[in-house]
Design a protein around this ligand. Sequence first.
Ligand SMILES: *Cc1c(COP(=O)(O)O)cnc(C)c1O
Length: 378
Amino acid sequence: MLINFNQPPYTSSEDLYVLQAMRSSKISGNGIFTQKCQLWFENNLPCKKALLTPSCTAALEMAALLINIQPEDEVIMPSYTFVSTANAFVLRGAKIVFVDIRPDTMNIDENLIEAAITSKTKAIVPVHYAGIACEMDVIMEIANRHKLYVIEDAAQGMRSYYKGKSLGTIGHFGTYSFHETKNYTSGGEGGLLIVNDDSFNERAEIIREKGTNRSKFFRGQVNKYSWMDIGSSYLPSELQTAYLWGQLENTEVIKQDRLTTWNAYFESIAPLASSRLVELPHIPKYCEHNAHMFFLKLKNLDERTSFIEHLKNLGVTSVFHYIPLHNSVAGKKFGRFHGKDMFTSQESERLVRLPLYYGLSNRDFQKIISSVESFFRP
Ligand SMILES: *Cc1c(COP(=O)(O)O)cnc(C)c1O
């Protein structure tokens, strides 16, 4: 029996809500479930404005449209991230300026950002890798001093906190992903744009509604709707948001289950870390995390390759990710790396992720641990 790397989260009433949506008279965007979910985020993160989208990619694209990215504008971000973080801005013609990461958290090194700022810089996009917060106070201070926008890619960060604040609610904008590989899903694909600056609210609604003021029309605030601005189709269907509603009712159940597994991994692998055979993740004091990911770092690329092979032979799927963007074909074309790549390439080659999902059984967990241990036994 193979242990999968991921299993999409399903708790209890998602199917009921999806059926309810199917039997209702409206299953296109911005219906009852969309509005219930958005209100949940506004009350529980909390945040001023939450807009559900078809993906985190779409939410990032909306943020790039909202801050009016123009050709040749520069956007600062880590190279160790998913392609969407960069693509959203490249689609508007921006140049990406990659900055090195900190080896302890794998997040952008806040101390290297300022030197990468030029007169063309428009925004900073910190990515909260593994749901572990970036050093946001420092990033916001730099951004405010240089009048730059901050868009938090908190795709992995729902139910994580920086000094008590929900990730995604600190910058001008924040984005979440509800892809099936994330902690909470809206039926496979989905996302959220968090708007923390009121002045963007009206335009955000228009951009999400194909550039029209249809949202205002539905609220009875205008008697016809028309084309107001650029925009696209950034509304999820009610079938997606109905699934998400089932997940939102169980956010704590999912989080606690994942944390239990994460903590058990940490304790079981601690002896290997004490013997300096592996490195464990580091959670800074300012961060309360959501157990999005459990990763280990091995000696180098070769050791990681044999580790993954060893686990695979024992029926355990482990994966790595993010070929650093600045080393990729598109990354070279659309971006440049500022400063020296001290850690991005080196650390990304050592990192491996173990299976972690809601409902991972104790039996499977034990099998994973014994497979990890046997790799290091002579
Ligand atoms: C998953 C992820 C995305 C993309 O999310 P989608 O919802 O699949 O578009 C973007 N950035 C990061 C850091 C991610 O982990």
